[in-house]
Write a protein that binds this ligand. Structure first.
Ligand code: KG4
Ligand code: ZN
Length: 338
């Protein structure tokens, strides 16, 4: 089964063709990051306009690279939630138009579910059930993936998402948007024990996260130093911050796996590109004889191939939509369409 998939939830316009949820026939991503960099973050109105301009060409290129026309497709999948509403609407309306014009079934896909599915594209042996740490720019969840379409959130952030915390700390250190990757690189040559940072815990919720205090601690250190005319060593501060975030993520992730009896651990979302997080999950799993998976770097960020993968499993579960499909800015990952 070949699915044409579309993603436009934030600042990448993407289209792909994926076969049977596991094989990428084509994947095209048009990023807007250079333009949003000028403003230090995504400007929603600009994002929507750029999606409108790019989507036709991106979809045509995905079909061309897969050497397919609409006749060779079996369904159209699209990210419909969560994300920037104006951005999502571009992809959703384009997919609805395609479905109406071609008669192909329309499959709505939850953005975070698709991040999880990016692992199915790279690891053919991976099947639910497993425990997944979903860490992106907008979300930090520990999710029990009971089947391809049954999920249970057992922990989440109470304030900032991990990616958001990385980006804000990086921005204060003068790094360009999106700062997570720059902070990660700077941290490689820094000393993680050079700055004392808080280790946040959420009372009575052992799997929940809180990153806003950590972010504020870094921002305060930088501001205090600059008032005294001191330049802080950015590499050391980056390394200390990265360690604090990864320690907090890993502590809850491992605790949850141990108490719920999961021995397969999976990372997903933009922050799964973080080199320390990848290293730590591999080490912790190896110590315990558990299996560990994370997406290849090119599938960690937003792309449409992952939407085609999850779309396949949603289609098999009967989760298709009619022309009244709407986009939604927020939606619980546990909720199935329809
Ligand atoms: O999943 P994603 O591409 O978009 C959303 O759905 O939000 O995640 C983007 C986030 C950004 O906050 C970005 O800075 C972060 O992932 N990120 C990283 C790294 N690469 C991307 N954070 C830490 N270390 C990285 N290497
Ligand atoms: Zn994403």
């Amino acid at each position: 089964m070949k699915i044409l998939s579309i993603e436009s939830s934030c600042d990448e316009t993407a289209a792909a063709v994926v076969e049977n949820g596991r094989t990428i026939l084509s994947s095209v991503v048009a990023t807007q990051v250079e333009e949003h960099k000028l403003y230090g973050g995504v400007v929603p109105e600009i994002a929507s306009r750029r999606h409108c301009e790019a989507i036709n060409g991106v979809v045509a290129e995905a079909l061309e690279q897969a050497d397919l026309s609409f006749d060779g497709l079996d369904a159209v999948a699209v990210t419909y939630a969560p994300g920037l509403i104006g951005a999502l609407l571009v992809g959703v309306n384009f997919a609805k138009g395609l479905s109406l014009a071609t008669g192909l079934p329309l499959v709505p896909v939850h953005h975070l579910r698709s991040h999880i599915a990016s692992n199915y594209l790279a690891h053919s042996e991976l099947k639910p059930p497993f425990l997944c740490l979903v860490v992106s720019g907008g979300h930090s969840h520990i999710v029990e993936v009971k089947s391809y379409t049954e999920m249970k959130v057992i922990g989440k952030t109470r304030d900032d998402a991990a990616g958001e915390a990385f980006d804000k700390a990086a921005r204060t250190m003068g790094m360009p948007y999106p700062g997570g990757i720059h902070l990660d690189k700077a941290a490689e040559s820094g000393d993680p024990d050079s700055f004392r940072l808080p280790h946040p815990k959420v009372d009575g919720a052992p799997y929940d996260f809180s990153f806003s205090g950590l972010k504020t601690a870094v921002i305060n250190q930088i501001h205090n130093a600059s008032q005294k005319g001191v330049n802080l060593p950015v590499n050391d501060l980056s390394a200390s911050f990265r360690k604090a975030v990864v320690d907090s993520l890993m502590e809850n992730f491992i605790k949850a796996a141990e108490s719920l009896g999961y021995e397969t651990l999976v990372l997903a979302g933009g922050v799964s590109a973080n080199s320390l997080l990848r290293k730590r999950v591999a080490e912790e799993c190896e110590k315990r004889g558990w299996r560990c998976y994370y997406p290849p770097l090119e599938l960690c960020g937003d792309n449409a191939a992952m939407v085609g993968s999850q779309g396949y499993y949603e289609y098999l579960a009967g989760h298709t939509a009619s022309a009244d499909l709407n986009a939604r800015p927020t939606l619980n990952i546990e909720k199935n369409y329809g």
